[in-house]
Design a protein around this ligand. Structure first.
Ligand code: 0O2
Length: 229
């Protein structure tokens, strides 16, 4: 495309701070933006259905549910553009599509670590699921103690006139990991990112305690299961 031609997928200057409240409101209700976000919602719906099927099938055959709860979130336009600005992504739908892969997000919280990997293995083995990225922060926790299995998968979304391949970010973790992450997140925001060192150390210690709890509960569950057979 020549520089003089208007780019049909270019959106107005997007960052809320730059555009002002009215322009930002226009952007939120821009039909191109609505259509763009819709396909991520469809992808979330598809993955949610896949998880629901896996969960029900597992519950039929085992003595517990592999999933405590599932939460989905479609990135708001405001936080999408905060990210676009932060990563220096050009404000066109093509660029955003290529560079921001967590517009559709799904968090799956499981009782045991074995459930986390079971869900991940089952989902990623499905023929219409493409794995784009895996970050295993359970075997390799973040420096602050954060643990979770992160995946970016791509699923086909069948629209009336075409098929779109849409990325979805999955965070799969145990109840203990999720509890830690939600408290850590709240503390981080309360201190606006500059958390006192003593608190960081305590958080790290709490993350290790949560990891020990996960291991112990997994072991106990296995022992009890062996007794039952
Ligand atoms: P939100 O609203 O939760 O989505 P990027 O995804 O590109 O911004 P990166 O480093 O590739 O950054 O992603 P990473 O590290 O896989 O983290 C993505 C998400 O994981 C974060 O989303 C958090 O939800 C969660 N996460 C990662 N690290 C931590 C952590 O140390 N503590 C907590 N509580 N959560 C974490 P966002 O972008 O923060 O926002």
């Amino acid at each position: 495309m020549s520089v003089t031609e208007p780019n049909p997928s270019a959106l107005p200057d997007l960052t809320p701070a730059r555009t002002g409240a009215k322009a930002f409101r226009d952007l939120v209700s821009d039909p191109a933006m609505t259509r763009f976000r819709m396909r991520y919602q469809f992808a979330l719906d598809e993955v949610t259905t896949k998880i629901s099927i896996l969960r029900k099938e597992f519950e039929e055959a085992h003595d517990h549910s592999p999933i405590e709860h599932v939460r989905t979130r479609l990135k708001s336009v405001e936080s999408l553009f905060a990210k676009v600005d932060r990563i220096g992504c050009p404000p066109t739908l093509e660029d955003i599509e290529a560079r921001v892969r967590d517009i559709a997000g799904l968090r799956i919280v499981c009782p045991f670590i074995s459930d986390v990997y079971w869900i991940s293995d089952m989902l990623t083995a499905q023929p219409d699921v493409t794995v784009l990225e895996v970050e295993d922060y359970i075997t390799k926790p973040k420096i602050n103690g954060y643990r979770s299995l992160h995946l970016i998968i791509q699923v086909p979304v069948f629209l009336s006139d075409r098929t779109e391949h849409v990325p979805v970010e999955l965070q799969i973790r145990t109840i203990a990991m999720d509890f830690w992450a939600s408290v850590e997140h709240a503390i981080y925001y309360k201190y606006d990112g500059t958390v006192p060192t003593t608190l960081l150390e305590e958080l790290h210690h709490a993350a290790d305690t949560a990891a020990t709890l996960d291991q112990t509960m997994g072991r106990l569950r296995n022992e009890v299961r062996e007794l039952g057979t």
